[in-house]
Design a protein around this ligand. Structure first.
Ligand code: ADP
Ligand code: MG
Length: 403
C-alpha cells in the first residue's frame, strides 16, 4: 500500500516542451484536481457543494508561436508519438479529435471567443491527478492550459481574469468536448485556497456564490484520505422498459420531482412535502437533495465548532442517501466506505457523480496507514484490483509563473 505522491510535474512538463520546440519555455502554469467533501448531486438542483483543491495537479508548460498554430502534447498520452497539431486557435473548437485534445485546447477557443487575444502556442501538460477517477482531471487540464494562456499574456489569475478563466473552462468542457459539467470543478480549480474548502452555492444558477471555509485538518490531528477505486461502471441502457441510469437520468428524475412538488428547483422543496409524494423514484431523489443540502450547512457548522463526531455522521449520512435514495453508488464504493469506517475513520462517503470513482474519508492523522491498509485488504478479499490512495491537504487554485 502506498499513497499517490503529489509530485511537482512542472519540471517534466517544461523539459518535454523544450525538447519538442528546441527553445526555452516561457510560462509554467498549474491547476489542481479536487475532491468534494459533501454536497453531491446538489449543484444542478440549486443546492450547495463543498469541494477542496487537491495537492495533486496538472501542469502546462507553454511558449508562444509566431505562426499562429497550436501544438499540444500530454505526458499522460505516451502512445501519441506526435503531438496534436491545429492550424490556428480558431480550429480549437467543437469536434476535436482525439477527445483529450478538446479538454486540452478547447479553452484556447473559448478564451478567444471571450475576447482574449490568444496567440498560437506550443503546450506540454503533465499531471498527478488520476484521470477519470472523479477527482476532476478534466477541469485541472482546462484550467492549467487557460492559466498558461493568461501567463503568456502577462495577466495574473486574479479578479475578473480568474472568473473569465472559470467560465472559459466550463464552456470548453460543455461546448468543445460536449460533456455535461456543472461548474463546481472549474470554480475550485481556480479559486481553491490552501487550508480551505470552497463553499459554492448554486441557488442563483450556474454562477455560484463562493465562500472560503477554513479547513484546519492538520492543526486538529485530522486528515482526508481519498481512495480511487479504479472502477468506472459503464452505464448501459437497459432498453425502453428499464429504469433510466446514469447522471442524465438522475437530473431528469430531479426535474420531475421538482415539477411534482411545484417548486422551481429541489432546493426549494420542504421535507414534509417530499414525504407526502407517493413512494417512488421522484420521492427518493428529492429526499436525497433536500437532506444533502441540509447536510452541507450542518457540515460547515460542525467544522466551525470542531465537532468531529458530527462531521463523521454527516459523511456517513451522505453516503447512505447517495446509495439508497439517489442510487448512484456501487459495490466497490460501498466496500471502500465500509472498510474505512470499520478501521476507525470518523466518516466516509463516495464522492463525485458515482457509479465508480473515488471515496473520501475523514480520519485521525495517525490512522491514515491503518485505514488505507484495511481498504486494500477488503478489496483483495473480494478479488478486486488494488485501489489507489491520496492524502489530501487543501491546496491553492490555478496560477502561473514565468520560466
Ligand atoms: P475526471 O475529470 O473526473 O478525471 P473526466 O471524464 O471528466 O474525469 O475527464 C477525464 C478525461 O480528461 C480523460 O479521459 C482525458 O480525455 C482528459 N484528461 C484529463 N487530464 C488529462 C491529461 N493530463 N492528459 C490528457 N488528457 C487528460
Ligand atoms: Mg471531469
Amino acid at each position: 500500500m502506498g499513497f499517490l505522491a503529489a509530485l511537482d510535474r512542472g519540471p517534466t512538463a517544461r523539459a518535454a516542451l523544450e525538447a519538442m520546440t528546441g527553445a526555452p519555455a516561457q510560462v509554467l502554469a498549474r491547476a489542481p484536481g479536487r475532491v468534494n467533501l459533501i454536497g453531491e448531486h446538489t449543484d444542478y438542483n440549486g443546492g450547495a457543494v463543498l469541494p477542496v483543491a487537491l495537492p495533486h495537479a496538472t501542469w502546462a508548460a507553454a511558449s508562444v508561436r509566431t505562426d499562429g498554430r497550436v501544438r499540444v502534447r500530454s505526458l499522460q498520452r505516451r502512445d501519441d508519438e506526435v503531438a496534436v497539431e491545429l492550424p490556428s486557435v480558431a480550429a480549437c473548437g467543437p469536434g476535436l479529435s482525439p477527445t483529450w485534445a478538446g479538454y486540452a485546447v478547447g479553452v484556447l477557443w473559448t478564451l478567444a471567443r471571450a475576447g482574449v487575444p490568444v496567440p498560437g502556442l506550443d503546450l506540454v501538460v503533465d499531471s498527478t491527478v488520476p484521470l477519470g477517477a472523479g477527482l476532476s482531471s478534466s477541469a485541472a487540464l482546462e484550467c492549467a492550459v487557460g492559466a498558461a494562456v493568461l501567463g503568456v499574456l502577462g495577466r495574473p489569475v486574479a479578479g475578473a481574469d480568474a472568473d473569465l478563466l472559470v467560465d472559459a473552462a466550463v464552456a470548453a468542457e460543455q461546448q468543445v468536448v460536449g460533456a455535461p459539467t456543472g461548474g463546481m470543478d472549474q470554480a475550485v480549480a481556480v479559486h481553491g485556497r490552501a487550508g480551505h474548502a470552497v463553499h459554492l452555492d448554486f441557488a442563483t444558477g450556474a454562477a455560484a456564490a463562493r465562500r472560503l471555509v477554513a479547513l484546519p485538518l492538520h492543526e486538529r490531528g485530522l486528515a482526508l484520505l481519498v481512495t480511487d477505486t479504479r472502477v468506472a461502471h459503464a452505464l448501459a441502457d437497459g432498453g425502453p422498459d428499464a429504469e433510466p441510469v446514469g447522471y442524465a437520468a438522475r437530473r431528469a428524475d430531479c426535474e420531475e420531482a421538482a415539477r411534482l412538488l411545484g417548486v422551481p428547483s429541489l432546493r426549494e422543496a420542504v421535507p414534509d412535502a417530499v414525504e407526502a409524494l407517493p413512494d417512488g423514484r421522484p420521492r427518493r431523489r428529492a429526499r436525497h437533495v433536500v437532506s444533502e443540502t441540509a447536510r452541507v450547512a450542518a457540515f460547515v457548522a460542525a467544522l466551525e465548532r470542531d465537532d468531529r463526531r458530527e462531521l463523521g455522521r454527516l459523511l456517513a449520512g451522505s453516503h447512505a442517501s447517495l446509495r439508497d435514495d439517489m442510487e448512484v453508488s456501487c459495490p466497490e464504493l460501498d466496500l471502500a466506505v465500509t472498510a474505512a469506517t470499520g478501521a476507525g475513520a470518523l466518516g466516509a462517503r463516495m464522492t463525485g457523480g458515482g457509479f465508480g470513482g473515488s471515496t473520501v474519508a475523514l480520519v485521525d492523522e495517525q490512522s491514515l496507514g491503518l485505514v488505507a491498509a484495511a481498504v486494500d485488504e477488503a478489496f483483495e478479499r473480494e478479488g478486486l484490483a488494488a485501489p489507489q490512495h491520496l492524502v489530501v491537504e487543501a491546496s491553492d487554485g490555478a496560477s502561473w509563473s514565468p520560466v
